[in-house]
Ligand binder design. Structure first.
Ligand code: NAP
Length: 546
């Protein structure tokens, strides 16, 4: 990589040239770096705003932060050597262990020397004449690259709700996705937690144990299935070590990239008695596997109703106070049509004397005051507010990069009515820009490492092809992008996922965000096949220039 002084006297900052530039050093950025640098031999620079690797798992250090994918499936499968050298300790990996794992991979593959930490990208502009991307950072550095790859994650742009009065609050407040490294001491504190998605459901039991009092502000009630987390037995660790090929094969064959097969039976097949027994058995296994008990839970509302009613009854059985149980079980969407959380003692926590549930749909939050949260009917005195209010998903992290493509068109303007891409990988007008796990790809609907490895492998093969063929630039044809956007919508419409109006898959959690179903819901095997076929047909749908 050469550092050359730029000739213009107006912009004296030196520009660092690199063949490929990757933004982000999480799961996807690290593997992309390894693939381009160590397999293809390119000069590669990674820019990362944190002071360490890890992406999501660097930032999300909130109490109870743990992955919902089972640990033996939440890792890279591209290297047998790496697989052999790492053992997880629990059924689901906690945040600290995942961060240790990613540091282990980065050290083992000597990746950190190619990462510039504490470096936030503030803009990237395509220079058509030079066929290069000019990338600028907050501290005024400039990089010039042929291939620009965003590895910024799907859930990395915190959504802090614009509730009036936040600036007046005299206590401390936090967003779960920007958690302080030193942790938060809740002892003796009255804590308010806003949000009951996967994050709020994980954090609630842990905060309740530590705090004097916890008030949970619930807008949309949510299903949750027990995770049944536990240390992994030596036998299971041996099974994983001896069966990595088989596990990889299963993950690659299932729509969500998880290491379990979805049953072929319909929820309508068994008698009511048998169905209940099957659900009980799935409940006792727990986690995301619960969904795999019937094949039609996500496509058939009547089938889904059987799961929904089983899960609502579980809430009523667990939560002792009937009024609280009713507020928690008053769920208005089909099970798993929003991202289904899994938990460790979430509903049980509402049996604690120091926990209160506030239904902010019935009694909306009006404002934050100096000493707490004012709803229509009451003032809740608080020392700490925790916002478990999610993310500006998929498009948020990309929009923050201020990408400007051919003809000075900005991605943010192009996506004003919602994201459009070809395969979630590229956008017309933005040559040689690759968006790992971007909107329009399976991304958040899939066990992320599986989605990431497929994307990185495809991008790596594609760049190898461009270099071999002497192709200077590549971008999708506008009509291919339009057709793919329609396929993304059609895939969502074939499921119950697009029928939930208040889902972040649709952008509904961020005020003003266009309602477009963002991830591809057609399943990972189908998507993988489409991507393979596109490549085999000479990258059908893309246009090249030399
Ligand atoms: P989320 O699913 O978007 O949930 C945010 C919660 O905050 C929702 O209950 C939402 O209510 C509520 N909320 C937002 N704005 C509000 C407001 N102004 N007033 C009151 N309530 C408000 O976010 P998340 O829980 O952080 O999860 C996001 C995604 O991250 C998950 O779906 C999952 O994909 C991933 N995640 C994974 C794990 C894991 O693997 N263990 C853990 C955490 C997160 P509404 O529903 O009414 O909008």
């Amino acid at each position: 990589m050469a550092s050359v002084p730029q000739s213009s006297p107006i912009t004296p900052a030196p520009v660092t040239d690199t063949e490929a530039l990757i933004i982000g050093a999480g799961f996807s950025g690290l593997y992309q770096l390894h693939s381009l640098r160590d397999r293809l031999g390119l000069s590669v620079q990674v820019l990362e705003m944190a002071d360490g690797v890890g992406g999501t798992w660097y930032w999300n250090r909130y109490p109870g932060a743990r992955c919902d994918s089972e640990s033996h499936s939440y890792m890279y499968y591209f290297s047998d050597a790496l697989l052999k050298e790492w053992q997880w300790s629990e059924r689901y990996p906690g945040q600290a262990e995942i961060l240790r794992y990613l540091n282990f991979v980065a050290d083992r593959l000597d990746l950190k020397r190619s990462v510039r930490f504490n470096t936030r990208v503030t803009g990237a502009r395509y220079d058509e004449a030079a066929n290069r991307w000019l990338v600028s950072t907050e501290s005024g550095e400039q990089y010039r690259t042929r291939y620009l790859i965003t590895a910024v994650g799907c859930l990395s742009s915190a959504n802090i709700p614009a509730i009036p009065g936040l600036a007046d609050f005299t206590g401390r407040w936090y967003h779960t996705g920007q958690w302080p490294h030193e942790g938060v001491d809740f002892s003796g504190k009255r804590v308010g937690l806003v949000g009951t998605g996967s994050t709020g459901i994980q954090a609630t039991p842990v905060i309740a144990e530590a705090a004097a009092h916890l008030t949970v502000f619930q807008r949309t009630p949510n299903y949750s299935v027990p995770a049944h987390n536990a240390p992994l037995s030596e036998g299971f660790k041996r099974y994983v070590a001896d069966n990595s090929d088989r596990i990889r094969q299963v993950m690659h064959s299932t729509p969500n990239g998880h290491p379990f097969i979805i049953a072929q039976r319909s929820a309508h097949d068994p008698s009511e008695h048998e169905r209940k027994a099957l659900y009980e058995s799935a409940w006792s296994i727990g986690g995301l596997r619960f969904r795999s008990v019937f094949r039609d839970l996500l496509v058939d509302k009547a089938a889904n109703d059987t799961a929904s009613s089983f899960l609502k009854n579980k809430i009523r059985e667990i939560v002792k106070d009937p009024a609280t149980a009713e507020k928690l079980a008053d769920i208005d969407h089909p099970f798993a049509a929003k991202r289904p959380p899994i938990d460790t003692g979430y509903f049980e926590t509402f049996n604690r004397p120091n926990v209160t549930l506030v239904d902010v749909r019935a009694d909306p939050i009006e404002r934050i005051t100096a000493t707490g949260i004012q709803t229509g009917k009451a003032h809740h005195e608080l020392d700490v507010i925790v916002f478990a209010t999610g993310f500006d998903a998929l498009t948020g992290p990309l929009k923050k990069l201020n990408l400007v493509g051919r003809g000075g068109v900005s991605l943010n303007a192009l996506w004003e009515a919602g994201p459009r891409s070809y395969l979630g990988l590229q956008v017309s007008g933005f040559p040689n820009l690759f968006t790992l796990t971007g909107p329009g790809s399976p991304s958040v609907l899939v066990n992320m490492p599986v989605a990431i490895e497929q994307h990185v492998d495809w991008v790596t093969d594609c760049i190898a092809h461009l270099r071999k063929e002497g192709i200077a630039r590549m971008e999708p044809r506008p009509e291919a992008m339009e057709a793919w956007s329609q396929q993304v919508q059609a895939a969502a419409d074939a499921t119950l996922l697009s029928k939930v109006p208040h889902s972040w898959y649709l952008g509904a959690n961020v005020p003003g965000k266009p309602r477009v179903f963002m991830p591809y819901a057609g399943g990972m095997p189908r998507y993988r096949q489409i991507c393979q076929e596109v490549a085999q047909r000479g990258y059908e749908g893309f246009e090249f220039s030399r």
